[in-house]
Design a protein around this ligand. Structure first.
Ligand code: GLN
Length: 468
């Protein structure tokens, strides 16, 4: 069976060309036979039951928009009755008693969950190598990483092990793996999709979004999962009025001139920008003050929230526990040192340090001021342009084990982090391959709340690509 898009599959299912039960059976089989390690847990029994129900609904003409569609879900997103580990050994035995709002919405829409996709531990990483369950491999080259943290989701979609998946993006975790695996990854405006049931990494930056084969599929999933949710206090009730179309697209000088940018990526991105210009858009060079400080801002704000969010994993309430310890303090210490990985521990220590009394003003408070200024810089930029485009990542997928120095790993996110700091919607779409055949991603950032407008433009960019 081929790698289907959601739109194609919907047609085949409703016309009866494909049977829902056989379809889910086939995806489960593929997922089991694959050696990419894209899933931590498969949902075999339940998925087959749901497929049977889907078959019935389709037969009786009662199908919902996603009835029978095989989907993956990043393992940081809670699924009732289905193990959810967030890629961490500390949650190896955790089975949520509830569904995340996004999962509830997908289930109501008829989607069938094939399984839970592999990821970096608690979404901290850019390669899935920090997963407690072994790394996922890149379907284009198994010696390479799929990106991260939603690497299992991106690899599964690219390899046809599900039709679409949900990821989460705190600093690039949807877009960077989508870029490395040649698929479409969309991070919506902060607040447009409920985070209720997402195991939090850095709550003020985390956002759930779709990873799909094309932009049309991304639109369908976004429409299904978006909307106000009273269970998420940061969920948006209303949107600002959309800005007028200016037919102008911005580029960030610092990003395109960056030394870190691989020549193959730079070339593909420049060509794409030229094509966008040919399609009738004026290209404007933007000066966005503080954009180069994005990563520095991120690595102060994010660890502070990580340290706070991960405090609940103490061996008492959730997951595994070093039970043999006698005092409470010993139990906390042993559980957390034994079952949390190095990267998680590094960020807890960093976050606790920069938010501690005496350092709070110097680091955390200053980062928040810088964040507000960067937000304003973007707001000013969007007075002049409709979208901002550029590379998603400095390079294509790198080799497993290649980036041992954490700083080198962090630099992967230099182009994706600004959208999280400013809360803006951003999408990555494939625009070709490098000399080694690895996919290259193109990022488009939109104005706050203008997700639909961004998706329409991404579709246009995709069409230019297809009709080339
Ligand atoms: N790679 C980035 C990090 O390690 C982003 C992670 C994410 O978006 N969840 O923090």
């Amino acid at each position: 069976m081929a790698r289907y898009t959601l739109v194609q599959l919907k047609e085949e299912l409703s016309s009866g060309k494909i049977n829902a039960r056989e379809l889910i059976g086939e995806y489960i089989k593929r997922a089991k036979q694959s050696n990419l390690n894209a899933y931590i847990t498969l949902n075999e029994e339940e998925a087959l039951k749901e497929a049977k129900r889907a078959e019935q609904l389709i037969k009786t003409g009662k199908a919902h928009p996603l009835t029978g569609i095989p989907m993956g879900i990043k393992d940081a997103i809670s699924t009732r009755g289905l193990r959810t580990t967030a890629g961490s050994k500390i949650l190896e035995n955790y089975i949520p008693p509830f569904d995340a709002t996004v999962v509830e919405k997908l289930r109501n829409g008829g989607a069938v969950i094939v399984g839970k996709n592999n990821m970096d531990e608690f979404a901290m990483g850019s390669s899935t190598e920090t997963s407690g369950y072994g790394p996922t491999l890149n379907p284009y080259n198994k010696e390479c990483v799929p990106g991260g943290s939603s690497g299992g989701s991106a690899a599964a979609v690219a390899a046809g092990l599900c039709v679409a998946s949900l990821g989460s993006d705190t600093g690039g975790s949807i877009r960077q793996p989508a870029s490395f695996c040649g698929v479409v990854g969309f991070k919506p405006t902060y607040g447009r999709v409920s985070r209720y049931g997402l195991i939090a990494m850095a709550s003020s930056l985390d956002q759930i979004g779709p990873i799909t084969n094309n932009v049309a599929d991304s639109k369908i999933i976004f429409k299904t999962i978006a909307g106000y949710d009273k269970k998420d206090a940061t969920s948006l009730k209303s949107l600002p009025p959309a800005g007028k179309a200016k037919k102008r697209v911005g580029i960030i000088r610092e990003h395109l001139a960056s030394n870190a940018l691989a020549p193959s990526v730079k070339k593909a991105v420049k060509n794409k920008i030229a094509e966008i210009e040919k399609a009738g858009f004026e290209i404007v060079e933007l000066n966005i003050p503080l954009v180069e400080q994005s990563l520095a801002i991120y690595y102060i704000i994010m660890p502070v929230e990580v340290a706070s969010n991960l405090a609940r994993f103490d061996g008492i309430k959730y997951g595994v526990s070093a039970k043999e310890e006698r005092t409470l303090k010993q139990l906390y210490t042993k559980t957390r040192s034994q079952f949390l990985g190095n990267e998680a521990q590094r960020r807890i220590i960093l976050g606790s340090f920069v938010s501690s009394a005496g350092y709070f003003d110097t680091y955390y408070k200053k980062a928040i001021v810088a964040q507000n200024n960067l937000r304003q810089s973007f707001k000013n930029a969007f007075d002049k342009v409709d979208f901002i485009v550029g590379p998603t990542t400095p390079t294509t997928a790198f080799k497993l084990g290649e980036k041992l120095d954490p700083m080198e790993m962090y630099l992967n996110d230099i182009f994706t982090v600004p959208a999280n700091i400013a809360g803006l919607p951003a999408i990555s779409l494939p625009i070709g391959n490098d000399e080694g055949g690895l996919p290259i991603g193109f990022q488009v950032i939109g104005a706050f709340g203008e997700d639909e407008k961004l998706l329409d433009f991404a579709q246009l960019v995709e069409d230019i690509q297809i009709n080339k």
